[in-house]
Design a protein around this ligand. Sequence first.
Ligand code: PMP
Length: 354
Amino acid sequence: CLSMHSTDPLNGLIMKIMNDIKKGIQYAFQTSNNMTLAMSGSGHTAMECAVFNIVEPGESVLVAINGIWGERVAEIAERMGAKVHTLFKTPGGHFTNAEIEQALAKHKPVLFFLTHGESSAGLVHPMDGVGDICHKYNCLLLVDSVASLGAAPILMDQQNIDILYTGSQKALNAPPGTAPVSFSERACHKMFNRKTKPVSYLLDMTHLSNYWGNDGKPERIYHHTGPVSGFFALRESLAIIAEMGLENSWSHHTEIAEYLWKGLEDLGLKLFIKDKDLRLPSVTTIAIPEGYDWKELLAYIMKHHRIEFTGGLGPSVGMVLRIGLMGYNCNKANAAMVLAALEDALKQCRKSKA
Ligand code: PMP
């Protein structure tokens, strides 16, 4: 059990579990960053932790919005008093490095946010070169990989990403409630040399870095009660992905996604992301077929096939149907079941032209 008082050292077993988690995240993120840990909370906790610790009120932040996750980060940064600038595309769009560079030069932000796996649109964003451009403008790069980690390649150190976070419940297969995050040396320099304290006590990295044994101090003391059962599960899920190997996990997700995409096209459906290289293997988006009510399709599939499809999320509502095949659920049998359900729904739910 965890100790109860503010000066109590942490219990040895949980420290060992946390140390293993740190190593597992370093592998999954492909980073050697010392400042690597898991947040007690879902993906949003890591999102807020990154923004709250890196940015001080009044500083300029640039957020790429091409779906709901950029919208959320812009709101989080605005709430804590940052000067928020946005780069905007409708869902499904992506940003060229030239567009990013132009905006960095114009707004001179301390932080640039980009979503790697945009799950509301089904897009995997190209990452190469983005970190270098950010550093040219003395800006830190924050990347959301909640929906993509383990399903599509992301290499934190090689791609010069300063802050990377993910969630436990997507391709990692653990229950929701813990969120891996890692900070580069550059990010640590900025966040540990602030003039003001971060707005959140719970998410303050000066405390969390001690709690996770990352600050070099001999004693790790109680900061908050960690979700211990979530930590055990996260440790196991990271061990599984390490045993499988990241490359195998990426190629497995791609293979199943390609099988699904082909099946969907054979049913006459149009994939929302046209360029195959930009499709997120873990979340496939289908353009809503003409002559159908998307809500009726979802309800029919739930009622008759007991499969939960979803519609869009945030700005993609009414544009897409979404199918998630990730981690344990990502296999050919499930993809085939999804295709059979859709085939049936397409036959039964067509609206009459009258
Ligand atoms: N970012 C992305 C890309 C996501 O897909 C999600 C969850 N769907 C989140 C962030 C938020 O994660 P959570 O629900 O775990 O807070």
